[in-house]
Design a protein around this ligand. Structure first.
Ligand SMILES: [Zn+2]
Length: 202
């Protein structure tokens, strides 16, 4: 019995050490990335374990700051959430960085029941909640240093679905054929003309 317990604890300690080492090994990659892209990125998302943005976006661990809750449901009226977001925003500003907030919902294109349990698999309800939260960020922080965008996470193909700032245009990145830097920039400008204009003016 005590043997099993020791083994279990050893396993967890070893796992912790390996994760910690993997994170530290990426520190120069994080520095390089931040030098190139002076933007702090946060992702508000469901606690569903499939939503691993560093893997989907191929960015080093620690670049995207995750905030998780059931269904990705948050409200800036919640005092604790308000405090941690405000601390994150102030930290970014103190470093002279812009703040990009991915307000996410998730679903699976192959089967509704692989979608979000937190919204009873109702993807439209999850999407509406994300749009509402994005609007709340705009009301609280105005337009400028903090840019919230709505983003679907499709877990069958590990694809991101970008929702434009007009709440109508949608781009499923799994279906994008363009791959040149210029074509991707053009796509982003058409989705976020106002946001990018403001970011460039700061
Ligand atoms: Zn979920």
């Amino acid at each position: 019995m005590s043997n099993t317990r020791t083994t279990g604890i050893d396993f967890l300690l070893d796992l912790n050490e390996r994760h910690s080492r993997a994170f530290m090994d990426l520190s120069s990659e994080r520095r390089r990335y931040r030098g190139e892209h002076p933007t702090e990125i946060a992702a508000l998302k469901c606690m569903d374990g499939r939503l691993h943005l560093p893997v989907m976006t191929q960015t080093a661990l620690g670049i995207i700051q995750p905030f998780r809750n059931l269904g990705g449901k948050f409200d800036l009226g919640w005092p604790f959430f308000q405090v941690i977001i405000e601390q994150w925003v102030q930290y970014s500003i103190s470093r002279g960085r812009h703040c990009l907030v991915f307000v996410t919902y998730h679903y699976a294109r192959g089967d509704t029941h692989r979608g979000c349990r937190g919204f009873n698999y109702d993807t439209n309800a999850a999407k509406d909640a994300a749009v509402k939260l994005k609007d709340q960020f705009i009301r609280v922080y105005g337009k400028g240093a903090v840019v919230p965008i709505v983003c679907g996470i499709e877990t069958d193909l590990d694809a991101l679905i970008l929702h434009g700032e007009d709440d109508h245009s949608v781009v499923d990145l799994a279906k994008i054929k363009q791959s040149s830097q210029l074509e991707l920039e053009e796509m982003l400008y058409s989705l976020y003309p106002q946001c990018l204009k403001e970011l460039c003016e700061i």
